[in-house]
Write a protein that binds this ligand. Structure first.
Ligand code: NAD
Length: 263
């Protein structure tokens, strides 16, 4: 089955994508909208950006809504989920995508930066999941996809905060799979390699390009690229939210063109 080809694949489903105003989240929100889902987004982007994004989503002919909220703040999350559920109906499909990345070389890194990664990437994923669960549990069904990173699988110098937080997202996925599977909720996690989004814009510089050219010498990418398109991540997320993947549960799946296979 090719989830990219069915304009009604997610008809009747209500999807929440965190971080839906940019990058992977934006591509995912549009991919869902293009396949008939009602789509809600939460982001810290300013209200204007979210409103514009919601207008673009509605152009697919679906119901869409968005609200500004910091996923690190449990109260803001609860309020946002209540607003979106009122506008779109109970959320049955959740993509925990919002996240931050900032290198933190240990000797000079303030503890605050480490805390920020835990607050957004780990606690944020937990807050949003917790706020969406009552509606899923009430219906005895739901699908969740978390977004980790290859940095949560293999260590990377200068990335202790990000890597630790993303490894925790993988373990959160496994523990929630054990807890929620018997209640009808399916949860998986993707671990993307480098994706061409605003988050990695700093790597797509002349200096970055030469470092990447060196990395490509050992990169087994079958597509001859280092940066993956956000739309490719969206396709994988949609597959994991579709019934075509119903036997996959509690998995942390690298989506990295083979990067971790040779690490
Ligand atoms: P991006 O910066 O383009 O988009 C992230 C979005 O999340 C932004 O719109 C941002 O405003 C939002 N956001 C950030 N903090 C938030 C918060 N506290 N509350 C609500 N919204 C918040 O980044 P992206 O590359 O699309 O990244 C999406 C996810 O993919 C992240 O979890 C990231 O760690 C992960 N990831 C990205 C890459 C990559 O190479 N781009 C690789 C591996 C994993």
């Amino acid at each position: 089955m090719d989830p990219s080809n069915d304009s009604a694949l997610f008809a009747g489903r209500t999807v929440l994508v965190t971080g839906g105003a940019s990058g992977i989240g934006q591509a995912t929100a549009h991919a869902f909208a293009n396949r008939g889902a009602r789509v809600g987004i939460i982001d810290t982007a300013d209200t204007g950006d979210i409103d514009e994004e919601v207008s673009r989503l509605k152009a697919h002919g679906i119901d869409a809504a968005g609200t500004r909220a910091d996923i690190a703040n449990a109260q803001q999350v609860a309020h946002a989920i209540a607003l979106l559920s009122e506008a779109l109906g109970p959320i049955d499909t959740l993509v925990n995508n919002a996240g931050i990345w900032e290198p933190n070389p240990v000797p000079e890194s303030p503890l605050q930066l480490f805390d920020q990664h835990i607050d957004v990437n780990v606690k944020g994923t937990f807050h949003v999941t917790q706020a969406c669960l009552p509606a899923m549990l009430e219906r005895g069904r739901g699908v969740i996809v978390n977004v980790s990173s290859v940095s949560g699988i293999a260590g990377r110098a200068g990335d202790s905060a990000y890597s630790t937080s993303k490894a925790a997202v993988g373990m959160l996925t496994r523990t929630l799979a054990a807890e929620l599977g018997p209640k009808g909720i399916r949860i998986n996690c993707i671990a993307p390699g480098a994706v061409a989004t605003p988050l990695t814009a700093g790597l797509r510089t002349p200096e970055g390009e030469s470092a990447i050219a060196a990395l490509m010498a050992t990169h087994p990418s079958p597509n001859g690229r280092f940066f993956i398109d956000p739309e490719d991540m969206a396709d994988i997320i949609l597959f994991l939210c579709s019934d075509a993947s119903k036997a996959i549960h509690g998995a942390v799946i690298p989506a990295d063109e083979g990067l971790t296979a040779v690490m």
